[in-house]
Design a protein around this ligand. Structure first.
Ligand code: IMO
Ligand code: MG
Length: 428
């Protein structure tokens, strides 16, 4: 059976965790392929509410493998705590595995994330502070420590000794920070080796074996396309590839294995951290959406910036990922509005722009061209059938389909697994 991907179509926080939990009942494995514990995926089902950062969001289904692929960066402390927390709530975590090729977020990565942000001053990215960027920098800089390295003590000690020397020079001489003690870092690694050993394996082989045994594999995106290191609003991006290309490199999966690519879009826009967001609003309506939807980060608690649905950005996201279907989430949040807006184009110095620009300075100058649509008189919250949606809400869904250029296969009408409209089958 093929693989299917679930990818953030916007700036992250689109509700991917809910979508994965909903779909995972019909798959054999859920696989994270990029990012790390900068992600915050919320899952609400009959077992409770779970806020996951590293553990794949299919974990509540006992027979489903949870796979952390090579493209993910892993903070072992975070993973161990997360597993203990969900395990204590009666969730079986025995089917979790981690790629031995996944890179480790080392203690100095977290220190450097904070120091680099501080040094950026007004140009700070607003990272999650979890060491993500520095860990990916070391990966591409060929000085990363991988999960497999933790398990080879003889080789690990000289590696960590050499890298730490370099990192301490950076921390103390460039940023004026405090050096980390080699003994402390190695002691951490010893503990992590014991904790990670039972989970480490060649996940690319496992994924391939599952596919050839006719099992279904669900790829769980983290972050969103507009935060992609290549395709996002650089430099205000994360340091990995959340879009579809990242799913291939982040797992060692060939592209022919992927049959469906679901783009998850919120019915409006949010963004955490800095960087341009053309359809952003800061008026009472923004406040209303933020409060009603509780748009505060799962990972950092920061208030999310709010905007109307950005059709230009969404179309660009479709171009990058080739979505075969849309999952539209949080439609219910717009329930009580007299009217809603969608951004159908940008304007720069009086000129119309219908394309998401590569130049971040230009993107920052883009003013939104909004189209106003009437609100709906009946709530969509908790609807489970398309026929329960009021006419204007349906018109809004169709508008988004038209802007993205792709059909809505699933509409989410609330946070829990049950509050879902399955418009058409995803797995074909
Ligand atoms: P999920 O998976 C929303 C943002 C950060 C920051 C930028 C870089 O929950 O959708 P980083 O720590 O990755 O170096 O920060 O990326 N960011 C996210 N925003 N949702 C996420 O994940 C995010 N992960 C990172 O706020 O602007
Ligand atoms: Mg999140």
């Amino acid at each position: 059976m093929p693989a299917y991907a679930v990818i953030g179509g916007q700036w992250g926080d689109e509700g991917k965790g809910k979508v994965i939990d909903y779909l995972a009942g019909n798959v054999d494995s859920v696989v994270r392929y990029a990012g790390g514990n900068n992600a915050g995926h919320t899952v609400v089902n009959e077992k409770g509410t779970f806020q996951l950062h590293l553990v794949p969001s299919g974990i509540c289904w006992p027979d489903v493998y949870g796979i952390i692929g090579n493209g993910v960066v892993v903070d072992p402390d975070v993973l161990v705590n997360e597993l203990a927390e969900i395990g204590a709530r009666g969730i079986d975590t025995s089917k979790l595995v981690i790629s031995e090729r996944a890179h480790v977020i080392m203690p100095y990565h977290v220190v450097l994330d904070a120091l680099e942000e501080e040094a950026r001053g007004d140009a700070a990215i607003g990272t999650t502070g979890r060491g993500i960027g520095p860990a990916y920098m070391d990966k591409t800089g060929r000085m990363g420590i991988r999960i497999g390295d933790l398990l080879d003590w003889e080789a690990l000690v000289p590696m960590v000794t050499q890298v730490l020397e370099h990192k301490n020079a950076l921390i103390t001489k460039v940023y004026g920070g405090k050096a980390l003690a080699l003994d402390d870092v190695l002691a951490k690694c010893r503990i992590w080796a014991d904790h990670m050993a039972p989970y480490a394996m060649a996940t690319e082989q496992l994924v391939q074996d599952l596919l050839s045994q006719n099992k279904r594999v669900l790829l769980e995106g983290a972050q969103g396309t507009l935060l992609d290191i290549d395709h996002g609003s650089y430099p205000y991006v994360t340091s990995s590839s959340p879009s579809i290309g990242g799913a291939c490199t982040g797992l060692g999966l060939n592209p022919q294995a992927i049959k469906g690519v679901l783009g998850v879009f919120k019915a409006y826009s949010t963004r955490v951290g800095s960087g341009p967001m053309p359809s952003e609003i800061t008026d009472d309506e923004a406040e209303e959406i933020r409060e009603k939807a509780q748009e505060f980060g799962v990972t950092t608690g920061r208030a999310r910036r709010i905007g109307w649905f950005d059709g230009v950005a969404a179309k660009y996201s479709q171009l990058i990922n080739g979505f075969t279907g849309i999952v539209l989430t949080r439609l219910d949040i717009l329930d009580e509005f007299d009217s809603v807006k969608v951004c159908v184009g940008y304007e720069v110095s009086g000129e119309r722009l219908d394309r998401f620009p590569a130049n971040t300075g230009l993107l920052a100058r883009c003013k939104p061209v909004f189209e106003e649509m009437p609100g709906w008189d009946k709530p969509t919250a908790s609807a489970t059938e398309l026929s329960q949606l009021p006419e204007n809400a349906l018109a809004y869904v169709h508008k988004i389909e038209e802007l993205v250029g792709c059909r809505a296969q699933i509409i989410s009408t609330g946070p829990s697994r049950a509050e879902t409209i399955q418009v058409e089958p995803v797995f074909t």
